[in-house]
Design a binder for this molecule. Structure first.
Ligand SMILES: [Zn+2]
Length: 167
C-alpha cells in the first residue's frame, strides 16, 4: 500500500460578517429620503455631476455636494452580470441579474436587481424602472426597492449613459 497522501488543494469555508456602518451626514440624508420612498442624489456645484448614493463631496472636484436632487424611478442598465452561484440566506434563487444602473439625471451607477424579464433579454442600455416594496416595509435601505424591471422605451445609446446633457 502506498504511503502517498492526497494533496488537499482547497476547502469550502463560508464566512459571514456583521458590522455597523457609520453613515455620515450625506448618506444619512440619502437614507432618510429612501425611508420616504425617494431617491435623492447630490449635485457637484463645479462639474454638475449628480452622485447617488451621495458621499458628501465630488470625487473629481473635491468640493462639498450640498444641493440635493430628487431623481425619478427610471434608470438605464450600464452593465450587468448573471449570478449562477447561490448565496446562503439569500431568498433570490439563481440565475438572476444584478446590474449597474444609472438613474436618470445621475452620473454614478449603483447595483440593483433586475427582474420581470428573461435574463437573456437584459442588455446594456436597457431602460428600467424601480419597483418599490409595500410602504409599510420601507426602512433606511436601498432594499426598499424590490427590483428594477424593463420599461417599454428605446434603449439608451451606450455613450450617452450617465453623460451630462451638454458634455
Ligand atoms: Zn465635481
Amino acid at each position: 500500500m502506498s504511503e502517498e497522501k492526497e494533496m488537499i488543494t482547497g476547502m469550502e469555508a463560508p464566512m459571514y460578517l456583521t458590522y455597523n456602518f457609520t453613515a455620515g451626514g450625506a448618506t444619512t440624508r440619502f437614507l432618510a429620503e429612501l425611508r420616504n420612498g425617494k431617491l435623492v442624489g447630490q449635485e457637484c456645484p463645479k462639474c454638475q455631476h449628480v452622485y447617488i448614493p451621495p458621499r458628501g463631496s465630488c470625487a473629481a472636484c473635491g468640493v462639498p455636494t450640498v444641493r440635493e436632487v430628487e431623481l425619478t424611478n427610471k434608470a438605464t442598465v450600464q452593465s450587468f452580470t448573471i449570478v449562477y452561484i447561490p448565496i446562503p440566506n439569500n431568498p433570490i434563487k439563481p440565475p438572476y441579474v444584478i446590474a449597474n444602473l444609472m438613474a436618470d439625471g445621475a452620473h454614478q451607477s449603483f447595483l440593483h436587481l433586475i427582474s420581470d424579464v428573461d435574463n437573456a433579454d437584459v442588455r446594456i442600455g436597457m431602460r428600467v424602472e424601480a419597483i418599490w416594496k409595500a410602504e409599510e416595509e420601507w426602512t433606511h435601505a436601498m432594499e426598499n426597492i424590490q427590483y428594477f424591471r424593463p420599461l417599454d422605451e428605446p434603449d439608451m445609446p451606450i455613450d450617452e449613459i450617465g453623460r451630462l446633457k451638454n458634455a
